[in-house]
Design a protein around this ligand. Structure first.
Ligand code: GLU
Length: 307
């Protein structure tokens, strides 16, 4: 079957599952999305882009942005410096859990894909002021999605700031543990801004394709990210990218992926293609219910499971 037929079939099969999930409500703006919507885009070799469903509906990247900030931090500071602040181990806990930070006073967050880890990574980004640091990371996202008009959804950003109690607690805990040293409010400004970047499936399929291709632009072949950084990031996506469902996802789908509570998931099928799925109805782990079903189907049909 051609890409187009496969994507439509994936969408059709996943549609009934959307009724089993709910939009995120702890960030008020996210609850306004229609939980029945599904979108998908695939970016193949030579930038062959194909999409189906609500693939041009905008949604916020949320935790998918953790991948972009991590790449920017690694490019700027190198792995040794970044991983002196954050580990590489999966937690098996929810994305916003603080349990282990509390228990292990003074220790680094487990990995950069959970909130605590991403907040520590945000503190690694250098720049003269917070506006400059946000601009640098947003530019990075624009480059990796090949979309120069990618922007921050100000309504979601305001909503995140209004109810980000747990993230505030996390940054303060990290500050008191000596893991971060910048101003907590500025670190959160960068973290929330990245979560609030508005994108669609086609933008994110391009980002996924850059990762799938080892760091090169799928359309031009230009190197955008160093290969050693891409390899590191892909491995963290496998072990930690799908919240406390990462192990099961590796077993059933087997593609380095990163999920966000906005309903998006990016999947980088190494050497093959980049996929982005969207469906704002989430399961209890925070993963898009319909998105998971589409990826399960495509992984099987297109033989994308890396294991
Ligand atoms: N902005 C969200 C938060 O910090 C991101 C969570 C997610 O997508 O996992 O709670």
């Amino acid at each position: 079957m051609e890409y187009g037929g496969l994507l439509n079939e994936a969408l059709l099969r996943a549609q009934p599952y959307t009724a089993r999930g709910k939009t995120a409500t702890y960030i008020g703006e996210l609850s306004k999305k229609d939980p029945s919507h599904l979108g998908i885009a695939l970016c193949g070799p030579e930038g062959r882009m194909c999409s189906a469903g609500y693939s041009s509906e905008k949604f916020t990247m949320q935790s998918i942005s953790k991948v972009v900030t991590l790449i920017a931090a690694l490019e700027q500071n190198g792995a040794e410096s970044v991983f002196s602040r954050v580990g590489m181990e999966p937690t098996g806990d929810a994305f916003n859990s603080m349990v282990r930070l509390d228990l292990l006073s003074g220790s680094r967050p487990f990995n950069p894909m959970i909130n605590a880890g991403a907040i520590a990574v945000a503190d690694c980004i250098r720049g003269n002021n917070v506006a400059e640091r946000v601009a640098l990371c947003l530019d990075f996202a624009r480059k990796l999605t090949r979309n120069p008009s990618l922007s921050i959804d100000q309504a979601v950003l305001a909503s995140e700031k209004a109810t980000g109690y747990k993230n505030r607690a996390i940054v303060n805990l990290l500050e008191s543990n000596g893991v971060v040293s910048g101003s907590p409010e500025e670190i959160l400004e960068l973290y929330f801004s990245m979560c609030s970047i508005s994108a669609d499936c086609r933008d994110l399929a391009c980002l996924a394709a850059v990762l799938a291709g080892g760091g090169t632009d799928p359309f031009t072949g230009e190197r955008l990210v160093r290969f050693d950084i891409v390899r590191l990031v892909r491995s963290l996506m496998v072990t930690c990218g799908m919240y406390d469902y990462s192990g099961e996802f590796a077993s059933t789908v087997g593609i380095p992926s990163k999920s966000g509570v906005g309903g998006g998931i990016i999947s980088a099928a190494i050497g093959k293609c980049g996929i982005a799925v969207y469906g704002p109805a989430l399961d209890s782990h925070g993963n898009s219910v319909g998105g998971l079903k589409m990826l399960e189907y495509l992984s099987d049909e297109m033989d994308l499971n890396m294991f």
